[in-house]
Every structure is written in structure tokens, then in C-alpha cells.
Design a protein around this ligand. Structure first.
Ligand code: DC
Length: 226
């Protein structure tokens, strides 16, 4: 079967990365977490005190940023920023609180989209994010748009953070998700929106296995019809 490109978009904490990772594993495709790239840029900007409103500082910083992904011994992809494993650091709330603002910057988006296209040039890729089906890979053979109720999203994110050793109040998580939804979907540069040809899957009342199953079925039907 020919390899295809699978784009999974949606709001934060709707199950995008859980689904994308497992779909990639089952199809033996490469998984790229585009949100991790924006998070890594945010970490760099914070650590180097980059003024987001200074285009020259932003551009110099972007030139100094190299992001790559390495699959660990357990088979999970981890994010490296300039050779350092930042997988744990980029998931912390201090990054979640700033990442939407950083990802509104045009130069940041251009740099990330260009890297994402390079990573996907040979197909056989599952990429999750906000603009994958609309901007990064508008020609993707399969586009999925995930949604879920806010309460469910917040509990899932709380559990994910707890599993990483961070106990965060549910109200703080709801506030962060609500704010990011607003920034991500109203920004001028490639706002989060469903691609016209994307298939919506509401994950509120289905398990992670069911989500994966639905996407795999869709992927296989696309591979056969190619
Ligand atoms: O998927 P995530 O929650 O880790 O993404 C973090 C932030 O990065 C999200 O709030 C918006 C931004 N993002 C983006 O603008 N475009 C993408 N393709 C992926 C993420």
C-alpha cells in the first residue's frame, strides 16, 4: 500500500497526540508532534529572555534553534532542543501559559511550517497540531479534526500532568485551555480551524482505543483508494 500523510488537528487536550502516536505505531509511520516544536521554541525564548515584540531578536533566536525528535527505548518520540532532551520541560505549565502567544508570531510559524514540511516530504507520517490539514499539508490524504467537551479535556490533561509528577488544579487547567482555545482560533496567522475536507471525531464519550481504531480505518480506506 502507498504511504499517505495523516493530519490530525484540534483544540488542546482532545486526544490528538494519544491518537496520532498510536496510529503512527500501528501503521509503522513517523509521528511528529508539531505542538512540541512550538513548545520548544517557547522554552528557548523564555530561557534566553527573547522579547516577543522585537522581530530582530525573534529572528536571531529562530536561527539558533534546532529541533529534532528521537525515539526512546520505549518506542516514544522525544523532543530535543539544540541537542538537549526537553520532552519533560516543554510540558510544564510555565510553557503552556506562554506557548499560544509565541505561536501567534508569523516568523515563528514560517520557521516551524518549513521544518514540518521537510519532515513530511516522504509521506508515511502522522502529524498533529492546529494547522496541519489547512496550512502545513493541505494535500494530506487524510485529515482528522478532534473535538471534546471542556470538562473531559481538562480531566485528561490533569491526569497526563499527574503522570508526569505535576499536580495542577483543575480550574487552572480549564483557564489555560480556554485561553489557548481563544488565542489559537482567533490569531491572524493560520488560526485553528477545521479543514473543509477534514473528518470530525468527537472524543468526549469514546476511549483512546476507539479513537485510534476510527482513524486507522479511515487511513486504510484512503490507502486503498489512492
Ligand atoms: O498541541 P499542544 O497543546 O502541545 O500545542 C501547544 C501550542 O502550540 C498550542 O496552544 C498552539 C500551538 N500550536 C500551533 O500554533 N500550531 C500547531 N500546528 C501546533 C501547536
Amino acid at each position: 500500500m502507498k504511504k499517505i500523510t495523516i493530519a490530525i488537528d484540534g483544540f488542546s487536550a482532545c486526544g490528538k497526540s494519544t491518537t496520532a502516536k498510536e496510529v503512527a505505531r500501528e501503521l509503522n509511520y513517523r509521528y511528529i508532534d508539531s505542538g512540541a516544536m512550538y513548545r520548544a521554541v517557547t522554552l528557548y525564548f523564555l530561557e534566553h529572555h527573547i522579547a516577543l515584540t522585537n522581530p530582530r531578536e525573534v529572528s536571531t533566536a529562530l536561527d539558533a534553534i534546532h529541533i529534532n525528535f528521537v525515539v526512546n527505548s520505549k518506542g516514544f518520540s522525544e523532543t530535543f532542543l539544540n541537542g538537549v532532551n526537553v520532552e519533560k520541560e516543554i510540558r510544564k505549565m510555565r510553557i503552556s501559559e506562554q506557548v499560544s502567544a509565541v505561536s501567534t508570531i508569523k516568523a515563528v510559524r514560517e520557521a516551524m511550517v518549513s521544518q514540518q514540511r521537510k519532515l513530511g516530504k516522504d509521506k508515511g507520517i502522522v502529524m498533529d497540531g492546529r494547522d496541519i490539514g489547512t496550512v502545513v499539508f493541505p494535500g494530506a490524504e487524510l485529515k482528522v479534526f478532534l473535538t471534546a467537551d471542556m470538562q473531559v479535556r481538562a480531566y485528561r490533561r490533569q491526569l497526563e500532568l499527574l503522570n508526569r509528577g505535576d499536580l495542577v488544579d483543575i480550574e487552572d487547567i480549564i483557564e489555560n485551555l480556554t485561553q489557548r482555545d481563544r488565542i489559537d482560533s482567533t490569531r491572524v496567522e493560520s488560526p485553528l480551524k477545521k479543514a473543509e475536507d477534514a473528518i470530525t471525531i468527537d472524543t468526549t464519550n469514546i476511549t483512546a482505543d476507539e479513537q485510534v481504531d476510527k482513524v486507522i480505518r479511515l487511513a486504510i480506506s484512503r490507502m486503498i483508494s489512492r
